[in-house]
Write a protein that binds this ligand. Structure first.
Ligand SMILES: NC(=O)c1ccc[n+]([C@@H]2O[C@H](COP(=O)([O-])OP(=O)(O)OC[C@H]3O[C@@H](n4cnc5c(N)ncnc54)[C@H](OP(=O)(O)O)[C@@H]3O)[C@@H](O)[C@H]2O)c1
Length: 243
């Protein structure tokens, strides 16, 4: 199957990490579909991708964070694109620093869990059946290293949410050890930014997108966690195709 026959659904594709992945996939000739709750973010994404690839991008407004919402948007998407061969799940948020736990409410924790874990689980449950049974298909989770340590004071709930995403991916690997579909995880232990919003040690979302797109294209590994700790790791991954 050539790239142009493959349809990659990028969940969170309008976000910082996701938009880099979407652009790189389109540049490699894939068809790409993106769901967002916000049409203006989708509009921004359409103007961000390379102009000559725009016709290969399908965008749908929807919420993959609820079971009904995910099912509805799945049907709408399939009507538009016919099939999905690959999925990249990059749901969540870029940063959270609401304060130490004693200053937070249960509502705050709910929001973090909804955004990082529930949407990841609900969308996996809705969309995984589309790709599960074919060795030509892939499902790739993007996760963050914040789940393994407190990044700085006041970021505790980010650690709780990110840890739950890491645990969910581990559970999937162990519950489903033998799958035709290539199930992988890219764990990013660094900040990610757009070229306009970079900080020391950050990964450029365009470079990261290229590395993730190459992983999707290759379809070699499965049940693997690819860890990127710093820009040098990403450079190596790009040069050696090690992702
Ligand atoms: N940015 C970083 O520095 C960094 C570093 C390491 C790891 N990561 C990981 O990368 C992933 C994405 O982060 P990001 O920085 O790209 O965040 P982001 O810019 O906030 O994008 C997250 C995306 O998730 C989507 N989303 C969340 N809940 C949704 C729902 N219920 N239905 C539909 N879409 C939903 C949002 O869609 P809407 O358009 O609907 O809002 C948004 O496009 C996270 O798992 C994060 O842990 C990020």
């Amino acid at each position: 199957m050539s790239n142009s026959d493959r349809v990659v659904l990028v969940l969170g594709g309008a976000g910082t990490v996701g938009s880099g992945v979407v652009k790189a996939l389109l540049d490699k000739g894939f068809k790409v579909a993106v769901i967002s709750r916000d049409d203006s973010r989708l509009e921004r994404l359409r103007s961000f991708v390379s102009p000559n690839t725009k016709s290969s991008l399908t965008t749908v407004v929807g919420n993959v964070g609820s079971e009904d919402g995910a099912e509805q948007v799945k049907q709408a998407l399939l009507k538009e694109v016919g099939k999905v061969t690959d999925i990249v799940s990059s749901l969540g948020f870029s940063w959270w620093q609401g304060g130490p736990p004693h200053t937070q409410s249960l509502k705050d924790l709910h929001w973090v869990m909804e955004t990082l874990l529930y949407s990841t689980f609900v969308s996996w449950k809705a969309f995984f059946p589309l790709v599960r049974d074919s060795s030509d298909c892939t499902y790739t989770f993007i996760t963050g290293g914040a789940g393994e340590k407190l990044l700085m004071p006041g970021t505790g709930f980010l650690t709780v949410g990110a840890a739950s995403s890491l645990a969910f991916c581990q559970v999937l690997r162990e519950e489903y050890p033998e799958l035709p579909c290539k199930l992988n995880q890219v764990k990013i232990n660094a900040g990610v930014g757009t070229p306009e919003r970079m900080a020391p040690g950050y990964l450029n979302h365009l470079d990261l997108g290229e590395a993730v797109a190459a992983l999707v294209e290759r379809r070699k590994a499965s049940h693997t966690v690819f860890t990127i700790n710093c820009p040098a790791d990403l450079k190596t991954a790009l040069l050696e195709g090690s992702l």
